[in-house]
Design a protein around this ligand. Structure first.
Ligand code: WTA
Length: 634
């Protein structure tokens, strides 16, 4: 059996076999990869204890599967096309052989600095090929990569460096996003002030910006990289050795570092990529996600390379030099498979059709979306104007925790319905639960989405806090993985994700915890307390609405613009500019219950458009507070 699904019948067959005998099914898929030692047990542990392990006893290296495995058959095939931010700058491509060589050199470079298996290496970089090379170099050594999105602030970077005790940081002098220069090294320097345990910083020169330098700690990539040997044998790792840590937000507390292990993640990502996108050997795939997020990890780096595909990496933004850039790049590189976020679609939709119509887009075969619900209007626009009505759209639902896509249409193979993620991937058992923790069965029903069986891509733990891992995901509905999303199952069994049911906001496809934003606001010194909720936003999907009680009462009477600016700056420096509230309403008090709990439900309603029907308000301490807030809502 190859692991590709070619038609509806194959899908039913895979689904059935994965359901009936999952261990046998995943063993058959896993046989397609290179292992240095085979596994003893395909799956052990389970959801009831949150201790699932895959392919125990096996040894492997994921980069041997991403690179070495293809050298004989695809050594001269293009693995990576890099399209720079500036359209005038030449794009660069790497064949599988060239990429292999660069990864070997980078692995030797890391080893020469003392990086060993199990060490944590933080990558805080622009979307340049060296980021992908560094990711793979870590994996080749068995060092655990922790990629931190380049939009995060110094404080957020420092928190992540500290949490994982990274011994090495790799960054750029700066990054370019459109006309904006992101001073990555300066931001890293600020973070490093709090992180004396980081022994070295490798700086890859991208922009040519002058940067400050700490002798003995800071090293240029180009100085170290040149002269390294072309060959580096991949370290043999245990199946459940950690491959990477990736931080994501939850409904409470600080961001959590989800840990993915080598073997299960590899099999899951490779299998889902192949079957969802249905790429042919000569196709060109482009995922617009930054490697700083899970989509970039799984479907920019690992998924395409594991399948020997050609993947395009883009440094810039969709609107530079104008809103036609995506489509220009599609034509330039004859992209056939294009995977992006609904927020990008919505923003380009707003820019007008002329930017799309200038380009032929005739190479496109399959379109994909990920990260947030795609509304009907954006779905149709994407389908008609980008896909010209002939490209299937795969709406892939998944999470940082799940490693790869869990619910998705398979392009051209299974039935697609606008705005529906569709059917579960083989091996995935989606279950809807009501508030009482009862399974909601049948069709035309909604509930909280849980997963009822282990799958190979599930994260193993939260770095340094296994208790939190168990509590967050496995205690709400014992025996099930709790996703935090709401879901509807239609009459034909197709699934539609309706959004988060917890206190997580999805802003332009970025997960942000309301508690994180509140913490940042409250630390601004001039705030007594705050409550943050989401409101529907035309482009971002959700926007951030903050209700703030200031220390100085006069702020409520004036427009409070100084305090608002102060709050925005604080959020920007604590988390990053992307988490800045869109709306800040300064209020005298927050609506609370008699026991002192903030009634977020009411605040959400007001943020959504000020409905007067607030449901049961009998537990409210002071109902006049609600009226005042509503009258002055933004
Ligand atoms: C949301 C991104 C609707 C969802 C891969 C989930 C989606 C969160 C979809 C995870 C989709 C992701 N339709 N909502 N196709 N895909 N989401 O961890 O709320 O950054 O829980 O992973 O994004 O975000 P994360």
């Amino acid at each position: 059996m190859s692991y590709s699904i070619k038609n509806q019948g194959d899908y039913e067959d895979h689904y059935q076999r994965a359901l009936e005998d999952g261990e046998r099914f995943w063993a058959q898929v896993a046989e397609h990869f290179d292992w240095t030692v085979p596994w003893k047990k395909v799956c052990s542990g389970g959801l009831s204890k949150g201790d699932m392990k895959w392919f125990e006893g096996a040894r492997l290296n994921i980069t041997a599967n991403c690179l070495d495995r293809h050298l004989d058959s695809r050594g001269d095939k293009t693995a990576l096309i890099f399209e720079p931010n500036d359209p005038e700058e030449k794009s660069v491509s790497y064949t599988y052989r060239e990429l292999h060589r660069s990864v070997c050199k980078a692995a030797s470079m890391l080893e020469s600095l003392g990086v060993r298996k199990g060490d944590r290496v933080c990558l805080y970089m622009a979307m340049v090929p060296e980021l992908l090379i560094a990711v793979l170099a870590c994996a080749r050594i068995g060092a655990v990569h922790s990629v931190v999105f380049g939009g995060f602030s110094a404080k957020a970077l420092a928190d992540r460096l500290k949490d994982a005790r990274c011994s090495l940081l790799i960054t750029n002098d700066a990054g370019m996003r459109g006309k904006k220069v992101i001073p990555l090294k300066d931001i890293a320097d600020e973070a490093l002030g709090q992180c004396p345990f980081v022994k070295n910083v490798i700086v890859h020169k991208r922009v040519g910006r002058s940067v400050s330098w700490k002798e003995g700690r800071d090293l240029w990539w180009h100085d170290l990289f040149e002269g390294q040997p072309d060959h580096y044998s991949p370290q043999e790792l245990e199946a459940n050795d950690p491959l990477f840590i990736l931080y994501t937000s939850g409904s409470t507390g600080r961001p959590k570092g989800l840990v993915h292990a080598c073997a299960g993640y590899m099999v899951w990502v490779a299998y889902t990529f192949q079957n969802i996108f249905q790429m042919g050997e000569d196709d060109v795939y482009w995922c617009t996600a930054d490697i700083g997020w899970i989509t970039g990890h799984s479907y920019m780096v690992y998924g395409p390379l594991l399948n020997g595909a050609t993947a395009l990496m883009f440094e810039g933004v969709p609107t530079f030099p104008d809103a036609g850039r995506f489509w220009e790049v599609v034509d330039k590189h004859r992209v056939s498979h294009f995977y992006t976020a609904p927020t990008a679609i919505r923003s380009l939709m707003g820019a007008g059709l002329e930017f799309v119509e200038k380009h032929s887009l005739s190479s496109l075969k399959v379109l994909g979306t990920v990260g947030e619900p795609v509304g009907e209007e954006a779905w149709k626009w994407y389908h008609e104007n980008v896909g010209k009505g002939r490209c299937p759209i795969v709406d892939t639902w998944w999470q940082t925790e799940t490693g790869g896509a869990m619910i998705s249409t398979l392009a051209g193979v299974t039935k697609s319905k606008p705005c529906f993620a569709g059917r579960p991937m083989p091996g995935v058992n989606p279950v809807l639960m009501n508030e009482r923790g009862e399974v909601v069965s049948g069709f035309g029903v909604s509930g909280n989405l849980c997963i009822g069986a282990p799958w190979p891509g599930m994260a193993q733990t939260i770095y340094g806090d296994h208790e939190r891992f168990l509590e967050t995901y496995f205690t709400t509905d014992p025996g099930f993985y709790f996703t935090g999303d709401g879901c509807r199952r239609d009459e034909s069994g197709l699934l539609r994700i309706t959004g988060r049911v917890d206190d997580v906001i999805n802003v332009s496809g970025h997960r942000i915890g309301t508690a994180e934003v509140e913490d940042a606001i409250n630390q601004s010194g001039r705030v007594v307390e705050s409550a943050v909720v989401a409101f529907p936003h035309e482009v971002k999907g959700q926007g951030i609405y903050a209700y703030v009680v200031g220390e100085d009462d006069s702020d409520t009477d004036t427009d409070g613009s100084a305090l608002k600016a102060h709050i925005r700056d604080k959020v920007s420096s604590e988390i990053g500019p992307f988490a800045k509230p869109d709306k800040i309403q300064i209020v005298r008090a927050l609506p609370k219950t008699r026991s002192g709990k903030i009634m977020r439900r009411i605040l959400r309603k007001i943020a959504e458009g000020g409905s007067k029907d607030f449901g049961d308000t009998s537990t409210l301490l002071d109902s006049a507070v609600v009226e005042t807030i509503r009258e002055r809502a933004l």
